[in-house]
Ligand binder design. Structure first.
Ligand SMILES: [Zn+2]
Length: 263
């Protein structure tokens, strides 16, 4: 899937390439068609926040999300929702999977996702999103491709997807092969309260290497599950005068993953 955010060009190019030149058992799809025609990131609401969608919604992206989800549920083992961004994210190329789905083993999480990440494309970070990407509702993941990296290459993805679709054995993966992350504060640098506590000019030096040990509690996080977790810079920058950034906490491998992957 390309064009969840049509302002991100590489995934559009890849999805169109897959539509034009078929690859066995792999289909390309453009997700937000209207935003693409209008050359926007979205028209009514961010597609990535629109699942499971609603066929009767007044919002285009919610109607489209329902359509896309219906298609994804019919005949596909895995959905890969592609995004791209500029270099700078420490976890560019992390596999992003819905937090809810990873923690709910009954929802089903294909072990091939982890085998693919580790053995085919060499990704060892799992970012768990707490919003509602399509991977909350179908087995799959989102990928953010650094446009300056070796992965910003159509041939690379055609080869990798072909291995995923055609190979009988793509090797083993265990949970210890991955670091699991949960986003603490997102691009808009979180809620107003978090923004106040962050005191951005004070925190900027902390985000330079080597990142000192800071816990989520230091940022005002009260959720007991993550308050004591260590905080890492995920991506950080400024478009003067606005700061943007993402902070993540490193978590223990979730029990649902322990169920499907050997220790
Ligand atoms: Zn995106």
């Amino acid at each position: 899937m390309g064009g969840t955010h049509p302002n991100e060009q590489f995934p559009l190019d890849l999805a169109e390439n897959l539509q034009r030149y078929s690859l066995p058992h792999v289909d390309g799809m453009i997700v937000n068609e209207r935003a693409r025609r209008q050359r926007k990131r979205f028209t009514d609401v961010d597609m990535q926040l629109s699942y499971p969608g609603d066929p009767n919604s007044v919002l285009y992206e919610e109607r489209r999300a329902a359509e896309v989800l219906e298609m994804a549920r019919n005949g596909y083992d895995m959905v890969i929702d592609m995004h791209s961004g500029l270099p700078g994210s420490k976890f560019a190329d992390a596999g992003m999977i819905s937090y809810d789905r990873v923690y709910d083993s009954s929802a089903g999480l294909d072990p091939d996702i982890f085998r693919f990440l580790k053995n085919v494309i060499g990704v060892r970070n799992i970012m768990m999103s707490t919003w509602s990407p399509i991977s909350k509702f179908v087995s799959g993941l989102s990928m953010e491709i650094d446009v300056k990296s070796h992965r910003a290459n159509i041939g690379y993805w055609r080869r990798s997807l072909n291995i995923l679709a055609e190979s009988d054995d793509i090797g083993d993966a265990t949970m210890h092969d991955f670091a699991f992350w949960r986003l603490l504060v997102g691009r808009d640098i979180g809620t107003r309260e978090q923004k106040r506590r962050l005191a951005l000019p004070d925190i900027m030096p902390l985000l330079e290497e080597p990142f000192p040990r800071v816990t989520a509690a230091d940022f005002g996080e009260t959720d007991p599950e993550i308050a004591n977790a260590e905080v890492y810079a995920f991506a950080w920058g400024s478009k003067n005068p606005k700061y943007y950034g993402e902070l993540a906490v490193r978590m223990s491998p979730p029990p649902a993953v322990q169920n499907i992957l050997p220790m």
